[in-house]
Design a protein around this ligand. Structure first.
Ligand code: 3H9
Length: 697
């Protein structure tokens, strides 16, 4: 293992190279190495300057996040930065890859910065629930002024090298190897007699109305506190001398370090990277994936096709009639022109995708040569089987046959073909070219290289892919059905759909369940209820009024009326008074005396139902790890990222209290509220869901 920071002497320049793969995170060894490197250079006879750069793919990508939550070890990064900045030698950074968080903080404490044009810089700490804690909030405003600094710090966005140059964060751009361009730049600075440029000594910007900025950033955070707290730290850079500002920044940093939000966001960061790493896929070669077919050009099929085209895959889209094919083509072009308008693709790419990469056909034979087909046709087993029968006939040997079903039995679909090993579920979320989640549904006989290809496709499309087993609704929709039922029970018992939606958006959900229902289409739930009516347990409490809404033709946004009434052109609706009338009539009919629910109780019950069902999904192996469920909810269901996902939220709340709640609710309805055995076991053993994540490796 090489030293974390290597030391080399090149003429009168000392070169410090970071060697801490994969991203040169500023862990303990690197921090110590930097301080020792600077000290050695200062003692090294004849050294006039120091160059700092990173080995491998990047400069420092930030503090080592794995150290968060553990007792801090000296030297803190702030001290390292101050030590670098105060060196009497001229210290220069040469940046490639990314200089993020602590990485940019180190760079700003060096006296000059050169970067390759492909480099990116940023202070993404707020996205991890903290704020720049090693001088970033004090130095950046001195370099860029307040507007840019506040934008960069509160959004955490990555800033491209050219913009960073224009903003004064970087002093020079140059193509080349970081060591070589760095050495040449240091030499140039030495030759020109450039003075040490100490950022902390630059004048602070003039004050602005920080309270107003704080309020607006707080509002934009929708419950997330780190961006707004960072505003206060930046305020410190203007109102306090540098050393005091630094102290204030540290206090706020430590405050955020102690929050649940920090834990939730870090959990989300690592889980996002962990979720597609499955032990059984190690070393498994995916099948070739050079073209895909999509069956059905409705919203979902068109979205899947758009997503594939945007990822550079040629697509053959199949529809039943020329009219439907033309409509599908129009939908895809509409989606792509949105990408064009937002500057995501060029006009040339748009034309290439719509005219060359996309083929629309009404003939199954057009699918004979594609590597993978996803069907997105009507959710009915008979229809699916007919489609898969045809695919079995026309698709080439080894082609993957995927169903985008949301809840149907993929084993049964697979069994209807002569090649069940090639069949898999690929459950996209609507709109498929926007939503990041992909459930890769593995059926009993699915071949392992088909699973690997499902994940490879997800990666190519930029999705977060989660492995799911077969059951009604897989991971997400199965859990959704349960917590939605908990909400429906609360409505029967006295809460209104509007209070529930509000309580849950206040909790941090992007939308409440009833607004989501209106968006997705109330006819979907209606169809499911009708499908399940025959197999329903008589002990199940159900509401009739949603069926009445559907019978009256009120399907939500698409009909202009559902739980809410939608004015043309407006996305948000106003409560539909007819709904409360229907609910009140049903309560009267069932002899229910409505009671009041506090927002807290609404959240508690809703979340208890979600977590309990999540535990059952784990118990049955439908999801392998709690983090898989967490990622499904962050990327497919608008769950607030700062809680890390429902299972992480449950850990943070404490599992014993949650189990206690479920047992209390079971006294009213012991059919619905049956505690998951896994939850009971975890509580009995004093363990958390995260322990299961760790055990899974
Ligand atoms: C901070 O700096 C606080 C300071 O202000 C104050 C201190 C007092 N630490 O993403 P990838 C791992 S906060 C530890 O797949 P890419 C990652 O888990 C930090 N590990 O690669 C993965 O591991 P594995 C501010 C880290 O090329 C591997 O590296 N900085 C860290 O797609 C490869 O990562 C950030 O927030 C880390 N900081 O993207 C930057 N970063 O292979 C966070 C990564 O075992 N990082 N790993 O799964 C990133 O945004 C991306 O990783 C990056 C590379 C863009 C750098």
């Amino acid at each position: 293992m090489p030293e974390a920071i290597s030391y080399e002497r090149v003429g009168d320049i000392a070169v410090l190279k970071a060697q801490n793969p994969p991203v040169n995170a500023l862990g303990y060894d690197v921090r110590v190495g930097l301080v020792e490197g600077i000290e050695r250079a200062e003692k090294d006879e004849g050294v006039r300057a120091v160059l700092i750069y990173g080995d491998g793919s990047t400069y420092f990508a930030g503090a080592d996040i794995r150290e968060f939550g553990k007792p801090p070890r000296q030297p803190h990064l702030t001290e390292v930065c101050n030590r670098i900045e105060s060196s009497p030698l001229l210290v220069v950074s040469s940046i490639h890859g990314t200089a993020l968080g602590g990485g940019l903080e180190v760079a700003m404490s060096t006296h000059y910065r050169i970067a390759v044009p492909s480099a990116k810089v940023g202070l993404p700490e707020v996205l991890l629930g903290v704020l720049p804690g090693a001088g970033g909030t004090q130095r950046l405003p001195r370099l860029t002024g307040l507007d840019a600094a506040l934008d960069i710090i509160t959004t955490g966005r990555h800033v491209k090298a050219k913009e960073a140059l224009d903003l004064g964060v970087i002093d020079k751009l140059e193509e080349g190897e970081p060591r070589e361009i760095g050495l040449a730049y240091v030499q140039e600075l030495l030759d020109s007699g450039a003075p040490r440029r100490v950022v902390s000594e630059l004048p602070a910007p003039a004050p602005i109305d920080f309270d107003a900025v704080y309020e607006s950033v707080l509002k934009r955070g929708r419950g997330q506190i780190s961006p707004a707290t960072a505003v206060r730290a930046v305020q410190g850079s203007v109102e306090k001398p540098f050393a005091e500002g630094l102290k204030y920044e540290r206090e706020l940093f430590m405050e955020l370090m102690g929050t649940d939000q920090r834990q939730g966001l870090i959990h989300a960061f690592f889980s996002e990277r962990q979720v597609s790493k499955l032990p059984e896929l190690k070393g498994v070669e995916p099948r070739p994936l050079n073209s895909i077919g999509v069956i059905g050009g409705g919203t979902m099929g068109a979205g899947i096709a758009t997503s594939a085209l945007l990822a550079g895959l040629p697509v053959v889209l199949l529809e039943m009639t020329p009219e439907a094919a033309a409509a599908a083509q129009g939908r895809i072009e509409g989606n792509l022109s949105g990408a064009l308008k937002r500057g995501k693709i060029s006009q040339a790419k748009f034309e290439d995708m719509t005219q060359k990469a996309l083929t629309v056909s009404t003939d199954y034979a057009a699918l004979s040569d594609v590597d993978l087909v996803v069907e997105a046709v009507f959710e009915e087993m008979g229809v699916k089987k007919t489609v898969f029968g045809k695919l079995d006939e026309v698709c080439k040997k080894g082609a993957i046959l995927a169903s985008n079903t949301s809840y149907l039995d993929v084993d049964e679909i697979a069994a209807s073909t002569s090649r069940p090993e090639d069949v898999i579920g690929l459950h996209f979320f609507s709109p498929a070219h926007v939503m990041k989640l992909l459930e890769v549904v593995v059926a009993d006989k699915t071949a392992i290289d088909v699973v690997a290809t499902g994940f490879a496709l997800g990666k190519k499309l930029g999705k977060i892919s989660v492995r799911a087993g077969v059951c009604d609704g897989f991971i997400g929709n199965r859990i959704l059905k349960t917590y939605r039922t908990a909400a429906d029970h609360m409505v029967l018992d006295g809460a209104s759909p509007y209070q529930i939606d509000k309580a849950l958006t206040d909790f941090g959900f992007a939308m409440g369940p009833y607004a989501v229902g209106d968006l997705a289409g109330l006819d979907i739930g209606w169809a499911t209820r009708k499908r399940l009516a025959g197999s329903r347990d008589p002990r199940e409490r159900i509401s009739i009024y949603p069926d009445k809404m559907c019978e009256a033709g009120n399907f939500g946004q698409k009909t202009g009326k559902g739980y809410y009434i939608y004015e043309a052109g407006k996305r948000a609706g106003v409560p539909n008074p007819e709904v409360m009338e229907l609910i009140e009539a049903e309560r009267a009919e069932k002899g229910i005396t409505p009671r009041a629910f506090s927002d807290e109780e609404i959240v508690r019950r809703y979340m208890a139902a979600m977590v309990n069902e999540g535990a059952k999904v784990l118990e049955e192996g439908i999801a392998r790890r709690p983090l898989d469920i967490d990622m499904v909810f962050l990327f497919g269901y608008g769950f607030p990222r700062y809680y890390g996902g429902p299972m992480k939220w449950a850990d943070l709340q404490g599992l014993p209290g949650l189990l206690e709640d479920i047992k209390t609710y079971a006294k009213e309805d012991d059919f619905f509220w049956q505690p998951a055995k896994l939850l009971e076991d975890l509580v009995a053993e004093g363990k958390t869901f995260d322990d299961l994540n760790q055990a899974a490796g």
